[in-house]
Design a protein around this ligand. Sequence first.
Ligand code: PMM
Length: 265
Amino acid sequence: MGVVNVTPDSFSDGGRWADTPAAVAHGRHLVADGADVLDIGGESTRPGATRPLVAEELARVVPVIEALAADGAVVSVDTMRAEVARAAVAAGAAVVNDVSGGLADPAMLDVVAASGATYVAMHWRAHSDRMQDLASYDGPGGVVTAVVEELGERAEAARAAGIPAERLVLDPGLGFAKRGEHNWDLLAGLDEVAALGYPLLVGASRKSFLGALLADADGEPRPVDGREVAGHALTLVLAQRGVWGVRVHDVRGARDVLRVWERTR
Ligand code: PMM
């Protein structure tokens, strides 16, 4: 899944594809690089981000989705809003990627159920302006047990709303209400998340836990543009564990890694 952030402020590529022509061109580039799905987002979820108005989010994503879906690309919309999800599916999106797993908008699950779209439900606790305050997992089993429990509840809610199992994908939500070590614990315990019985999508590309891992001798985190190789290493690990998808910025590099892996099997 290749990322197209139509936002001025996303943490790794904010502003680069912020207008329709640039975003459409970027989406086409990602398809040429081998993306199976394009994830179009109009709201930045970086820690501390404030939310755009609904009209603004619609104006960012709908024309991009229309153009890329008309090309024949499989398009996903990255949104927490039912109204945006509905408009995106009408514009040709086949997947609704909701980082809140239905918690941010009470109408979301019903809209997705009625739309026929595939639904990605991610583990989430709060909007970006306060999510890191909720990054504590002190119960038995730590972050893995908490994510399995909370994500399992979201899956049940999605099913109860009428989204069939074959249209549901779960995501552990790396970096969302998670501190560095929580992300690594979740990756180590991913089999427990998979045991919920749904396909998994994982988004690790360029995230700050990779920057921290690659910090220099003074403890200075590796900047965003130096994290790509680590992300690709993770793509390989995740492919070997059988995930359904990886959400990445550099599709060509991820595709190269997967080709090598496939060729060795
Ligand atoms: N991460 C971001 C945005 N959307 N969606 C899913 N399903 N999983 C993620 O991990 C995820 C997401 C934030 O990353 P970006 O700002 O680079 O898009």
